[in-house]
Design a protein around this ligand. Structure first.
Ligand SMILES: Cc1cc2nc3c(=O)[nH]c(=O)nc-3n(C[C@H](O)[C@H](O)[C@H](O)COP(=O)(O)O)c2cc1C
Length: 345
């Protein structure tokens, strides 16, 4: 068992990474159903929260079936972060996560997200302000350092642990790398193997298959892994990794029925949470992924993205079920998108 303060997680937990514009309640629902052990909200601006910006407040929505769940905030100012932490407190998640990893200019170059990696003293002050402001366990997600010449994660881990964080998730890239190159987990392993470190250390970056998850588990000895891009359009990644780690073989791929069921559930949650217009429109980008590998699916996909109501979409999904009964679904490897050029954040 892995413990984050009093939160008990199974051995080698699989975490759904916080992802702006992706890890909203509808997406989290299908990841939870398929084995995510701990999930996070999208990152929320502390400044937005204290100014009651609608977009920020909406991201605070969490549901009991999602537990354990963490709310992630970011910011570069102690007072704002502390005030935001108090607002988060009221919504009662299981933990509060601070983002010190976001590389995009409008965050990192304003002294928040990965920008804080340039100044560890500031990072310690910001974290301390949050730890003192909330009764929740505080965790941090960050990168290896600002750039190749300043990979300071080992010092960061010790100092943040000393002021009371309860777990650390590390994306094995620097800010300068954005999403380029390959995530380097050797430094993550160094943090984990530091005898002074006793909080759980979660590795993150480029996990795209059960085989890689097991290989990295064994090679780097982390307490668990956090998965981001691989879960987009393929929430089954969690259960596949679990099965592979436990049994050493791949489980059966998701069936046609499961794919359609996930598409329907995502649609319903999207409709409930985002409302009839955004709920249906924003769901459109997901059909291609859920129905991938079905020969000639394009024709159905093209129809799905024009429909305006839930019953209409469901009708076409039911047609897909009937039409593709018994048809073999081609399983293709997951391709991780390089988000550094058109990152949503
Ligand atoms: C679309 C997108 C949005 C992201 N938003 C956030 C975020 O809000 N907070 C955060 O800490 N990281 C964010 N990340 C980074 C991911 O949490 C994760 O660290 C990164 O994608 C590497 O993991 P992966 O290789 O498993 O995708 C985002 C990544 C993507 C692709």
């Amino acid at each position: 068992m892995v413990k984050i303060d009093t939160i008990e997680l199974p051995d080698f937990p699989l975490l759904l990474a916080p992802m702006e514009d992706v890890s909203d309640p509808p997406f989290r629902a299908v990841c939870k159903d398929n084995g995510a052990d701990l999930m996070y909200t999208e990152f929320i601006s502390s400044e937005g929260l204290i100014r009651h910006a609608i977009k920020s407040e909406q991201k605070l929505d969490i549901f009991d079936y999602e537990r354990p769940i963490g709310i992630q905030i970011f910011g570069g100012d102690e007072d704002s972060l502390a005030m935001a932490a108090k607002i988060v407190d009221v919504t009662n998640p299981d933990l509060l996560d601070i983002n010190f990893g976001c590389p995009v200019k409008k965050v990192a170059c304003k002294g928040a997200g990965a920008g804080v990696l340039k100044d560890i003293d500031l990072m310690v002050r910001l974290t301390d302000a949050v730890v003192k402001a909330t009764r929740l366990p505080v965790t941090v997600k960050t990168r290896l350092g600002w750039d190749e010449d300043s990979k300071n994660i080992e010092e960061v881990a010790e100092r943040l642990q000393d002021i009371g964080i309860k777990a650390l998730a590390i994306h094995g890239r620097t800010r300068a790398q954005m999403y380029k190159g390959q995530a380097d987990w050797t430094l993550i392993a160094k943090v984990k193997n530091n005898p002074r470190i006793h909080i759980p250390i979660f590795g993150n970056g480029d996990i795209d298959s059960p085989q890689k998850a097991l290989e990295y588990k064994n090679r780097y000895g982390v307490d668990g892994i956090m998965i981001g891009r691989a879960a987009i359009g393929y929430p089954w990644i969690f259960r596949e990794i679990k099965h592979y780690i436990q049994h050493g073989v791949m489980p059966a791929a998701p069936t046609l029925e499961e794919r359609v069921a996930v598409a329907k559930k995502h649609l319903h949650k999207s409709f409930e949470w985002k409302g009839p217009i955004a709920g249906i429109n924003e769901m459109r980008r997901h059909y291609a992924n859920y129905l991938k590998g079905l020969p000639g699916i394009k024709e159905y996909r093209n129809r799905l993205v024009t429909l305006k109501t839930v019953p209409e979409v469901e009708e076409v999904l039911n047609e897909v079920l009937t039409h593709y009964q018994g048809v073999e679904i081609e399983q293709t490897p997951i391709v991780l998108e390089n988000y550094h050029e058109h990152c949503a954040i």
